[in-house]
Design a protein around this ligand. Structure first.
Ligand SMILES: [Zn+2]
Length: 184
């Protein structure tokens, strides 16, 4: 973005913009995902939402617009990836009993994007009967989840977490996945 565009905003009396921020997780609603990263000149332009999703309107100075546009792009990509991940995970759940091979590949692709322990737990409980009857599938699932869980904390979005927090969370998730899928 050219400096004169920013200067133009400044001349027209614009001092701030606002960016919409939510926390992207498996629970964030689609409306908030669609707003994540969006930039407006007037915060009242954002719809008022009180749906339980974390929501913050972050003001920033006109001069920071180029950086925030870059952030907006990354935030939009993350929200988009989450929608894709949900679709893959849902397809995998659907396919699991009829075509486990296909389901395993889909769970792996979903986990490559992101892996949420709450969904792994939901899967273990909803498919408990099937998994008890198919220990081979259960163990392979456990290995996929373990591998994706290990890769999770290397992502940029977790850089803001302290090293200790990341290690503890990783350890806890590993234990959980082992309990749910990797018992004899
Ligand atoms: Zn929401």
């Amino acid at each position: 973005m050219r400096k004169f565009v920013l200067f133009f905003y400044w001349l027209t009396g614009r001092r701030h913009f606002w960016q919409y921020y939510t926390n992207v997780t498996s629970e964030t609603c689609p409306e908030c995902l669609a707003l994540h990263g969006k930039i407006v000149p007037d915060p009242s332009a954002f719809p008022a939402r009180d749906d339980g999703c974390p929501r913050e309107l972050l003001p920033f100075s006109v001069w920071e617009l180029p950086e925030y546009r870059e952030r907006e792009r990354r935030m939009r990509d993350l929200a988009q990836a989450e929608l894709e991940r949900r679709a893959l995970f849902a397809q995998a759940m659907e396919a699991l009993e009829g075509s486990p091979e296909e389901a395993l590949a889909l769970f792996d692709r979903a986990g490559e994007i992101e892996l949420y322990l709450s969904e792994v737990e939901r899967l273990a409980s909803e498919k408990a009967e099937f998994l008890a009857a198919r220990p081979d599938v259960r163990r392979r699932l456990g290995k996929i989840f373990l591998r994706r869980w290990k890769g999770k904390f290397g992502r940029r979005r977790y850089e803001v977490w302290s090293e200790r927090m990341r290690l503890e969370r990783e350890k806890w998730g590993k234990k959980r996945i082992e309990e749910l899928f990797l018992w004899e």
